[in-house]
Write a protein of this length. Sequence first.
Lengths: 142, 301
Amino acid sequence: MKFIYIFILLSLSLSNISAQNCEKIVQDCEDLFKTSKSGDDFISDGQAYTAFLDRENAEFNTTFFGGAIYRLATSAGSRENFVIFTIKDLEGNILFSNKNYKNSPYWDFKVKSTIPVIITTELDEDLKVTGCVVMLIGFKNE
Amino acid sequence: MKKSGLQLATIAVIGALTLSSCEGYSSIEDNIISGDVRSPNSALNTNFDGAVFSIPSPIQTGYLIKELNLSFDAKLGNDPSKVRLYVDEYSQSLNLGIYGADLGYSALYDQKNITLKYLSSVENLTNQLGLNAAFNTEFLNSFESKIDDEKEMIHLMSEAFKKADNFLKNSNRKAASALILTGGWLESIHLACQLNSKSPRQEIKQRIGEQKQSIGTIIAILNEYNNNSLHNDLIEQLNDLSLSFDKISIRYEYVAPEIDVENKTTTFMHSTEIDFKNEIVEEIKTKIEAIRLSIIYNSNL
């Protein structure tokens, strides 16, 4: 019985700790998200995508609307290149992966015609195995 | 010496906290773990946030409406004074999403008085939902001081909604987060359908059709966080709405994107064609209205 009690307390503590770490990383990620070369900030889509990963990936669908420029920014801690993100169309064609660009923590996407996409994020296991991964999505009109 | 359960638990928690704080402030080198350390049988193979969902911002449809020079219609949004009807977390969350989209719509059109009324309704609901950290006095003062700056208002409110979303997810209130997103999504489609009905535009019709994937995500997120089956009726109505979206045909042709490494920019070159009859737009509009009315009048679905 006492072990169950300990396990529950330990689980709750770890969950709370993960949330706190993620909160800090969201703040780090916001810095990448804000500036563009043209000086216009990207507008947040109003969501914070967070996942605590351990040798796994987080995958989600979204839609990029035509006529907009999107910025995807990712962070998993103080060093900026821990996260690999890949964008595929619904047919499975890879449209982009930051893996080919030194795990760049952010990238912009000009979208001429609306497209539903699948975004996958994972930790670069050569750099970090376990931790919170944060992604932010912003947009501005072209 | 035999330790009590409480003592053991305390030691375990302190140990966990210590380990965590070490991780939080570790150097870069500490984060670089050799492959030998990894255990394929680790019990920590978990994703605490559960599935990840993404709904496009309702503000994007607001921008499209404004670009098309469609005149502002104050009657389309939810009445700000109805905020008193929303007394439980379910209706407060859904209507916060709706008021958020209305706030964006009125702000984009420089409708100061209406914008301030919506801001008041948003403030009311965020207070009741315990989202004061995101919609705090600093936010409210900044928003009011930027009432002449449409761009800045949109930035401020989008950031505040992001903070609220993050707060709800971290405090394990993902159902509320899902309902806010659902309310915002429904209101943006409601605005698009109503404006398209008044002055039909191909761009608006297309934007309605482009929601085909989003409705699937909305249903999935409501199912995922359906505590006590509270979302059942709403999901049923959205499933019916989804049948109308299924009638929309989307033709997609892949073309390799162009990449500008220097500017860290990729341009998608694909083509997409959306084809559906006006009757389907009308069908979607009717179903959206039925769902929305039951939400804003807080009647049982």
